[in-house]
Design a protein around this ligand. Structure first.
Ligand code: NAI
Length: 400
């Protein structure tokens, strides 16, 4: 079928398999161009492996370090006449490329929050790999059904205490407007967001995996967080999602205790703000990212998810001297270039000036838009979108 983008707000309802394949190939080429990650991981589980930081983590591990990878994600299956989601096509592309390179790669498509998917994953590790030496936790989801209580929790993106007013942009139209977001009405909004995006599920995974004996001696586990600039604090770091990130970061201590007898360690890496399906849903953030991209591209320090994950692996988690630099709160900071004072000062200055009229000049809104469509396999260089595409692309390990 001919596949064109169809959007509703910050969601793209369609995805292009050939564009997804090209995206994955581009990420693989980048990782290869950086050379081997010495002492990198060899057997890796990535939870949330189909898009964004999780996909790039999988690619960095496989093509930077020759790792066998198992990826867990929740995507719509492609079939004859029915398009899959971008994450489905990305994973099909990843497995194809990994297998061609002689690398083990299998995937599990299902709800990672459930006990069933945890068990299915552990069974697969036991059968095929025995143990894993790295567990990447990169889920981003608006809801979670709790596996023990059966309660369905939905997260919200709201400020706490008082309403928040700031500029925002509709990145499709380029219209800059002022948005006011009302604060949470009750503590339940906060506890639900923590239940979805906090650290409990990460802990459940590590507990179950340890009990099943599938964590190798010296195992590492990493989850991703975000801090960002003061201008987004009310909606991000001091808002409901920030409370969930505090909970995720506090889980590191719990997991370090749990992993002590395996000589294992757990980390949170604070990553850079990037265009992903999740970040485009947060008000105000797309405008910040558009300005940030403009400034970082001009300085030559811009990175996408693959550059971030390659650097996280090579220069933090698997540094040759074995010393992982941490901040005062024991977090890895791979958002260091985003948070550099000269970058932030410039973004702040541009933020005050931004209007609908000057947006395309002073921000990288065009780059934002292109990256948004790229996430779904569209506007990828070298792809002919007028041509018939085969929507029925299987993920080899799932099809068999
Ligand atoms: P994303 O939306 O690109 O990826 C989310 C992944 O989770 C996908 O693989 C999806 O299939 C999977 N997933 C969602 N619900 C699932 C479920 N129930 N079961 C199994 N898989 C499920 O998200 P992104 O942006 O890569 O986020 C990953 C992590 O990185 C999150 O913790 C996020 O807060 C964090 N982060 C994101 C930043 C950004 O700017 N995008 C910046 C810093 C951190």
């Amino acid at each position: 079928m001919i596949i064109q983008p169809r959007t509703r707000g910050f969601i793209c309802l369609t995805a292009h398999p050939d564009g997804a394949l090209q995206n994955v190939k581009n990420q693989i080429e980048y990782v290869k161009s950086k050379g081997a990650i010495k002492n990198g991981p060899k057997k890796v589980l990535v939870i949330g492996a189909s898009t964004g930081f999780g996909l790039s983590s999988r690619i960095a591990a496989a093509f930077g370090s020759g790792a066998a990878t198992i990826g867990v994600f929740f995507e719509k299956t492609a079939s004859e006449g029915k398009m899959g989601t971008a994450g489905w096509y990305n994973s099909a592309a990843f497995e194809k490329e990994a297998h061609e390179a002689g690398l083990y790669a299998k995937s599990i498509n299902g709800d990672a929050f459930s006990d069933e998917v945890k068990k299915q994953t552990i069974d697969l590790i036991q059968k095929d790999l025995g143990q894993v030496d790295l567990v990447v936790y990169s889920l981003a989801s608006p809801r979670r059904t709790h596996p023990k209580t059966g309660v369905a929790h939905s997260s919200v993106l709201k400020p706490i205490g008082k309403s928040y007013t700031n500029k925002t942009v509709d990145f499709h139209t380029g219209v800059v407007s002022e948005v006011t977001i009302a604060p949470v009405e009750n503590d339940e909004d906060i506890s639900n967001t923590i239940a979805v995006m906090g650290g409990e599920d990460w802990k459940f995974w590590i507990e179950d995996m340890k009990a099943a004996g599938v964590l190798a001696d010296g195992v590492k586990t990493v989850a991703y967080s975000y801090i960002g600039p003061e201008l987004t604090f009310p909606i991000y770091r001091n808002g409901t999602i920030g409370q969930a990130k505090n909970d995720l970061e506090a889980t590191v201590t719990v997991l370090n205790n749990l992993l002590k007898d395996l000589n294992g360690s757990s980390y949170v890496s604070v990553n850079k703000a990037l265009v992903t399906q999740s970040s485009s849903a947060i008000p105000v953030v797309p405008l910040y990212i558009s300005l940030l991209y403009k400034v970082m591209k001009a300085k030559g320090t811009h990175e996408g998810t693959i550059e971030q994950m390659q650097r996280l692996f090579a220069e933090r988690l698997y540094r040759e001297d074995g010393q992982i630099p941490l901040d005062d709160a024991s977090r890895i900071r791979i958002d260091d270039w985003e948070m550099a004072s000269d970058v932030q000062a410039e973004v702040d200055r541009l933020w005050q000036e931004t209007t609908t009229e000057n947006l395309s000049k002073i921000s990288d809104i065009a780059g934002y838009r292109k990256e948004f469509f790229n996430l779904f396999g569209f506007e990828v260089d070298g792809i002919d979108y007028e041509k018939e595409a085969n929507e029925n692309v299987p993920i080899p390990s799932i099809a068999s």
